[in-house]
Every structure is written in C-alpha cells, then in structure tokens.
Write a new protein. Structure first.
Length: 145
C-alpha cells in the first residue's frame, strides 16, 4: 500500500524546490543584485562555523559578499543568520565581508533591526515567469555605510 506524504511535507518539498530555483536564477544574474558582483564559491554553498552560505560572491573591490536567499517573505531569525555568516567569513578569510538578505518582502521590524547592523543590505525580489530574477523597484531598502 502506497502512502501519500502529508500536506506539510509536500509544502516543505515545494519550498525547497523554489529556493533551489531562486538560487540558480540569482547565481546566473548576480549583477542584478549589485553591479560588479561575481561568484566566489564555484557554484556551491560555502560552509562556515555558523552554517552554510547560499551564495558567496565578491564585489568590484574584491570584498566578500554573503548572500542569503529566502523564498517568499523573510522569516524571523534570517538577519542574525546572515550576520553570523558574514562575521564567520570575515574571520576565516581576513577579507572584509558584507551581507545581503534577499527576500520577497521584509517586515517593518526586520527593516528597523537592519538599520542597526553593520554592512547589511536588504534586497526585495520578484520573479517573472520563473525565468528572470528581478530586484523589486525599491531594490536596496537600507545601507549602513
């Protein structure tokens, strides 16, 4: 007798599939996240002490940029996650590192918290026919420079 996965499991699989597609699209179009960004991880997630970085890139100045992708609205805990990744990356490499948190939307609370963080960029995205990643009109919500 064949068993069907629960609705919850099905949703988790769908979200994971969507995150994989999002990661692939963003990797192919890093310049749309920020002009001059290039892949620095060979197409694989990089492991640091605090976890696995979705995308590691370098900016036009050679600094590392840690990109954390969130399918749909940005969940609680994502800001501390990307901050930990960027701190670990900078500690491991000795190279300055910024963090980008990319999600479809951010809560007002997360936007406020990001204003107190150092070198964190919040980027909204929209997908068009799952073929093209496009930052939303208000691409960078806040920059701490």
């Amino acid at each position: 007798m064949e068993t069907k996965p629960s609705k919850r499991v099905g949703n988790q699989v769908r979200i994971l599939h969507y995150e994989k597609e999002l990661k692939m699209l963003v990797r192919q179009q890093l310049d749309r996240v920020e002009p001059g960004l290039v892949e620095a991880d060979g197409g694989r997630e990089r492991e640091v002490a605090s976890g696995r970085i979705d995308i590691t890139a370098r900016d036009r100045y050679g600094n590392f940029v840690v990109i954390e992708l969130k399918a749909g609205p940005c969940p609680n805990g994502a800001l501390e996650q990307v901050l930990a990744y960027s701190a670990d990356m900078e500690a491991e490499t000795g190279v300055p590192c910024r963090a980008v948190l990319l999600a479809a939307e951010f809560s007002p609370r997360l936007e406020s918290a990001a204003k107190r963080a150092h070198d964190v960029f919040l980027v909204r995205y929209a997908l068009s026919d799952m073929a093209c990643f496009a930052p939303a009109e208000t691409r960078t919500i806040w920059r701490n420079r």
